[in-house]
Write a protein that binds this ligand. Structure first.
Ligand code: IMP
Length: 431
């Protein structure tokens, strides 16, 4: 069983970084396939905390190969910063990191447009991370993007940059009344990045397919989550990439027949950062603030406070279907340790209607009211428990109910941020 995909089943921040880090020792290559440095994967190794934005978190394990696939959008300055910070902490990336030559580049004007466009949207804003993600994917689809491979041919790069800036500077000036960018400055900045990135640039689809042909194990590391997927999420309150399992194939050049297993990661409750519908959200004094405090729910990328609420089984059931999940990993169970009662949303009501799935129109989704089942809490610590049978009875009942309502087996339960604070019922690479 050489290829496993990991995806988020909610609105991102499910704890995928820890699950990837846990499975990485069994893999040979770990590949990111979508998104960019809007993602933030936090991994705790011993006493040290690492926050990775672009480089697959599996790279923290010696000898593993990290791949940044073609579906990623890369800000070269942010990538170099990450490379430098890992190197400074003793993690050698030489011959261990490969960047797709087909990945798109985030340019300074993409970041400017992201910020200006959000400002102009006013109350309709999405609450983006401001990293230029949306405008870069928009240019990719409009077929005017610049790619990593273009950096390797300075004449081609200069020509494409000149063409793009002619349009983008006009847009920035006329629509948003802000200053544009100088071709020569951007050109020289990007060439200086290229000098340092060159060693990592490769045909990563070839590397991955060759590895699979040689029966090596590949772990596909998703970023964000199913409800932030550009097609299947709460559009338009989504990111601009394919965060569901399908993205693992288009974003790497590995065909779907090569994927053996898809593991979804779900937090034992729900969080969302940014704007958009969130039916089970709890008000600050209804338990939202307490969950945030206990779960330390602050964005790894932007530091923003995350909105918190009960587990939404409608959301995760939807994710089970859209991703074709083989199994689930439930994270942060210990955050619920002090709850007297715990709620699970099993369906929604909208007007007189009963809904068991997610409406396509965000305005309709905003009107959905959760219907809850209430289970008794366990009121004792689960922190660090490593065997399922050692969990309190009510914690097991909660987990079993989650698995039943979402219709998917649980393979992993996480009981703390450290690597060893985990219950593994079935390994992702087990046949
Ligand atoms: P963008 O990806 O910066 O365009 O932001 C679009 C939406 O996705 C916003 O609501 C962001 O808060 C959200 N988002 C993007 N990346 C992440 C992530 O890694 N975790 C959680 N939310 C994210």
């Amino acid at each position: 069983m050489p290829a496993v995909v990991i995806v988020g089943t909610q609105w991102g921040d499910e704890g995928k970084g820890k699950i990837v880090d846990l499975l990485a020792p069994q893999a040979d290559l770990i590949v990111r396939f979508q998104g960019g440095h809007n993602a933030g994967h936090t991994v705790v190794v011993g006493q040290e905390q690492f926050v990775l934005h672009l480089i697959p978190s599996g790279i923290l394990h010696p000898g593993k190969i990290g791949v940044i696939g073609n579906g990623i959008v890369i800000d070269p300055a942010a990538l170099l910063e990450e490379i430098d910070s890992l190197t400074a902490r003793g993690i050698d990336l030489k011959d261990r990191l490969f960047i797709s030559h087909r990945a798109h580049l985030i340019m300074p004007y993409h970041k400017a447009i992201d910020k200006e466009s959000e400002k102009h949207k006013g109350t309709r804003k999405i609450g983006t991370t401001g990293r230029g993600i949306g405008p870069t994917y928009a240019d990719k689809m409009a077929r005017v993007g610049l790619r990593v491979a273009d950096l390797l041919d300075p004449d081609v790069f200069r020509q494409k940059l000149t063409n793009s800036l002619a349009e983008m500077n006009y847009l920035l000036g006329r629509l948003y009344s802000v200053k544009g960018f100088d071709v020569e400055t951007v050109y020289h900045d990007y060439l200086s990045y290229t000098a340092r990135l060159k060693a990592y640039i490769a045909d990563t689809a070839e590397i991955l397919n060759d590895a699979l042909a040689a029966n090596r194990r590949v772990l596909f590391e998703g970023a964000q989550g199913t409800l932030l997927d550009v097609d299947h999420g709460t559009y338009p309150f989504v990111t601009s990439s394919s965060a569901t399992s399908g993205g693992a194939t288009t974003g790497t050049g590995v065909g779907p027949t090569r994927i053996d297993r898809v593991l979804g990661v779900a937090k034992a409750y729900s969080t969302r950062v940014g704007e958009g519908p969130f039916p089970t959200e709890l008000g600050e004094d209804q338990g939202g603030a307490a969950l945030r405090e206990r779960g330390q729910e602050f964005g790894a990328t932007t530091g923003r406070a995350r909105r918190c609420g009960w587990f939404d089984a409608v959301v995760v059931r939807y994710a089970v279907r859209i991703n074709g999940l083989s199994a689930l990993a439930i994270t942060k169970l210990d955050v619920l340790d002090e709850c007297t009662d715990i709620k699970i949303c099993v369906e929604y009501r909208r007007g007189g209607e009963r809904l068991t799935t997610i409406p396509a129109v965000a305005e309709h989704y905003e009107q959905c009211v959760p219907v809850y089942e209430t289970l008794p809490g366990w009121k004792q610590s689960t922190v660090g428990i490593t065997r399922y049978e050692d969990l309190p009875l009510n914690a097991k009942r909660y987990l079993e109910r989650l698995a039943a309502v979402v219709g998917c087996p649980l393979d992993v339960v996480s009981t703390g941020s450290k690597r060893d604070q985990t219950i593994v019922m079935r390994g992702a690479f087990d046949a």
